[in-house]
Design a protein around this ligand. Sequence first.
Ligand SMILES: [Zn+2]
Length: 345
Amino acid sequence: MLTVLLSILLGLGRIPAPQMPQAPPLHIYWIDVEGGGCTLVVTPAGEAILVDAGWDLDRDATRIYDVATKAAGVKQIDYFIATHWHSDHYGGIIRVSHRMPVKKFYGNGPFPDSVPDDPAFPELMPRYRALVDDHSIILRAGDMMPIRQASSVAKLEVQVLAAGRQVEDVTRGVPNPVCKETENPAPDPTQTADSIVLLFRYGKFTFFDGGDLTRKMEEELVCPVNTVGAVELFQIDHHGLDLSNSPVLIHSIKPRVVVVNNGPDKGAEPKSMQTLFSAPGVETVWQVHRNLKPGKQLNTSPEFIANPQREGNGKAEFIQATAEPDGAMTVQIGVLGTRRDYPPK
Ligand SMILES: [Zn+2]
């Protein structure tokens, strides 16, 4: 009897098909800090991870605050990660902390006593240390960020692939054939090589943020064994400077979409851009800025550039990405600019 009733109800369409609970998306914002690093990730659970915070300028703190509160809708920064101790990466967080709470601070190792290639260090680092009260947490290769999960539907993992020149030790695995393309880059003695490298994995979606990593360390990540795998989304290393972006890395991680976090006079350099434009599988290259340096420069198509002019201290446009656990992704300039959808592969 029950079976008959059930089949009648089903036939009438009165019993809806069971619905899979929908996992909330992951949001990523590239805030224009004029050649610095600043990537805001809002997790499916609504937590805010700020990876780098631009320069020690009100301009950058205001832009970060505006994107965080208006576009991303967050009230605090839950985790601030300084990929390395250069002032275009941790400089802005002091002023951000005057505008909104910043809960936890992470770095690539013990605080250095000096950073010879950064003239801002002697003045800036003591102020940063006063802010964090020496409670900066050291991230190490292999660590997982202790983030909250939205649901059991899809888990977001934020993994540290490298930090302080250490790469997770992978001795087993298939040798990466791309390694034979190496140009044997020289070791880099500066802070850039100490950058924290993060891999965000949300279901089938992956996003790689390597800070300012330079070529030698880039190759250590993928040679002899590729510890990264293929990624959907790649934030170009080091703003697109040619000291970074080894073809060995890019041909190994095979990004589908690339965001170049450059400034009008910094980054998006010709070799790096050429590597992206010629890499098989790259569908779109987005730029925070048009490279306005004199001479012939390789820029992406104008519709994928957030800031084509010099906007000085005025308002600047950001780039945002929205990703779903099935691998689908949307990238857009600001809230009204060019938008492109990338269906799952
Ligand atoms: Zn930088």
